[in-house]
Design a protein around this ligand. Sequence first.
Ligand code: ADP
Ligand code: MG
Length: 323
Amino acid sequence: MNEFELIKHYFTKQLVTRKDVLVGIGDDCALVQPAERQNIAITTDTLIAGVHFPHNTSARAIGHKSVAVSLSDLAAMGAEPSWISLAISLPNADEAWVSEFCAGVFELCEFYHVQLIGGDTTQGPLSITVTAQGYTPIDKQITRSGAKAGDWLYVTGNIGDAALALRYIQGEIEVEERYRAALQDQLDFPKPRILAGQVLREYASAAIDISDGLAADLSHLCQASQVGVNLIVDNLPLSEALFDSLPAEQAYQLALIGGDDYELLFTVAEDNKVGMETALANTGVPITCIGQLNSSQKIKTLLNGETVCMDLQGFEHFSLSRV
Ligand code: ADP
Ligand code: MG
């Protein structure tokens, strides 16, 4: 199969068709007609084999993850996803692989009513770049920079499971058999927190999705907002699998620096705390309060009420100083 046959047979086979897409795949550009009184949030991410996912990852998981990481960025802004573009570089035209890859892409697109509106297909080392776009009502976006001293810091879901799965695959940490399938699923099929993000538009002062690890992404948020935080390490939401695989302090440490969680880290002013907790309880998305912001511009980690020195990998690259 050549490039054009691949596009025709696989990339145009999506079920979702949106009314705001005037021209989809097949012309020189896609043409969209955005809804009124909405801004468009736009994000791009590249996934490279061996860097962003292990070489033996299934094609379906790669398809899912390629879309999920970009939708997670939209979630962090409180955006409602609408369209994606997909630039893929493939070593060869392996039809079974492309078919499975597209199944992974389209499953997630269908779930969130997102249309693939274009892309590019080339031959080369396996690499995938997805640009995702979505709507935010005017003046309702959530940024990294809106957090204030006194706001509470929250995180959705559990953190550290994807990092544990990766370390298990790499032979670094032993994991009981009964946990393995669910952990692999966390690593391969992250679920972007789209619904939580949209609910948080009404309540959060700032948000970021956790892709590089909680500590690194927290430092991005703190730097953008010019705040610091007292991070209650023993409040971090860790799975039973993680607690059973490592001594507690090492489990917390992995949760701090491990990546690929795709949970939301967000801040809420005292006045919005109860409203936010009620609204998110209605969505069924679990959340945990893990600290409170201050004006120190430092990240202070506390364990059992005492200040502890934890490794906050990536931290040195940013301007916040260490406690
Ligand atoms: P051009 O040469 O004008 O850039 P292409 O031949 O690259 O066009 O692509 C033809 C059409 O197929 C375009 O609409 C493009 O957006 C779409 N397309 C190409 N590759 C992909 C892909 N991997 N996923 C989705 N659409 C694609
Ligand atoms: Mg092209």
